[in-house]
Ligand binder design. Structure first.
Ligand code: SF4
Length: 365
């Protein structure tokens, strides 16, 4: 049975048949990781002592599919604006989306606010401790529930994201397809084993994530700097470059967007709000004509905004996980405002929820 076989956990044979007895002792792995994390942990603004449940929740939601440097930049202003779960629950949605600007995947912002509202309504404003209670909240899945239960409340619960799967596959020299649900279950079992063996399950959970983010990285793991290099089965087998196997390529669809930049004599730009569902739901943008098959012509754009003349100002691509969005920015003058299109100054636009590419179009960065 080859790679990709569902539900089958094959350990790589290198030189000799490899069996489960080659897997390192969980207590030794957990101990080494905890000691390492005590001095190697990055100084991140949500890593307070003790960890604050609300701040941890915000940071976990922000960090999903987002570079940590970007999260660090956005975290403090967000907490300043919404310092408590009550403040976030009571805020207008537009304010939350505006504070989320630059982080992308705005659905998370709405889910975070829905989560805050549920915590206020159902838990008297206190973040619950158990994975079952946490998973009953909007926006909280297995990973986030495990992360909050372990990191904040020091419970021996697994928190398995992509980084942790990769580390565990290498530690066990397990040649499994990294995105398969069966691999996630396998990794969850091993992460739980480590959490139970740890002195502090919270420190262990963060150490595993930190190792995956900074040392046991996808392309070229820094094994010489790794605290568990003597315990790692892939290191011993010389397979750190091939485990995990590269991910299968995903199909990327193309979307053509013609965005219109139209300023009046006072420098106010025309903006519109996107629909409440779909990509960038509910965010603001320059009036934009979308097509999945053809690029809009100058005639299309003129008809779309009711302007006399239009010219191309800029073109750029924006990539998401499953989509390539090709932006062509048109400059026009005298385009019509209306019920769905309004004029706003750049300072006002900066306060709205807008996607990264629209920020570039409307505000130049
Ligand atoms: Fe990853 Fe290398 Fe450490 Fe193994 S020794 S866990 S491959 S960094």
């Amino acid at each position: 049975m080859g790679r990709g076989s569902c539900g089958y956990h094959r350990l790589v044979a290198v030189g000799k048949p490899q069996t489960m007895r080659d897997s390192p002792d969980p207590a030794r792995v957990a101990g080494a990781l905890e000691r390492w994390f005590a001095h190697a942990a990055r100084d991140l603004p949500w890593r307070t002592t003790p960890r604050d449940p609300y701040r941890s929740l915000v940071s976990e939601l922000m960090a999903q599919q987002t570079q940590i440097a970007r999260v660090v930049e956005k975290f403090a202003p967000f907490i300043d604006r919404f310092p408590t779960v009550h403040a976030l629950a009571a805020a207008p949605e537009d304010d939350v989306l505006a504070a989320w600007s630059g982080l992308g995947y705005y659905r998370r912002a709405r889910l975070l606010q829905a989560c805050a509202r549920a915590i206020v309504a159902d838990h008297a404003g206190r973040v619950p401790e158990t994975p079952a209670e946490l998973k009953a909240l909007p926006g909280i899945g297995d990973y986030t529930a495990g992360a909050i239960a372990s990191i904040v409340f020091d419970r021996p619960e697994p928190a398995v994201d992509g980084n942790v799967v990769r580390v565990l596959l290498r530690v066990h020299n397990a040649d499994l397809p990294q995105d398969a649900p069966s691999t996630k279950r396998w990794a969850t079992d091993h992460a739980r084993e480590l959490a139970v063996a740890a002195e502090s399950p919270g420190a262990l959970a963060e150490a595993l994530m930190e190792l995956g983010a900074t040392v046991c990285t996808p392309g070229s793991p820094k094994c010489d700097a790794c605290p568990i290099t003597d315990l790692c089965a892939a290191r011993a087998a010389g397979t750190t470059g091939t485990i995990p196997a590269p991910k299968a390529r995903t199909n990327v669809s193309v979307l053509h967007c013609a965005s219109v930049l139209d300023a009046d004599a006072r420098g106010r730009l025309l903006v519109e709000r996107r629909p409440d569902t779909g990509m960038w739901a509910g965010l603001w943008q320059a009036p934009t004509l979308e097509s999945s098959d053809t690029e809009a012509t100058a005639g299309d754009v003129r008809a779309f905004v009711g302007a006399g003349s239009v010219e191309i100002a800029e073109e750029f691509d924006h990539k998401t996980t499953h989509r390539l969005v090709r932006f062509r920015v048109w400059r026009s003058s005298g385009a019509r405002a209306g019920r769905s299109r309004v004029r706003r100054s750049p300072a006002q636009i900066a306060q709205l929820g807008i996607s990264n590419p629209q920020r570039r179009i409307l505000l130049g960065g």
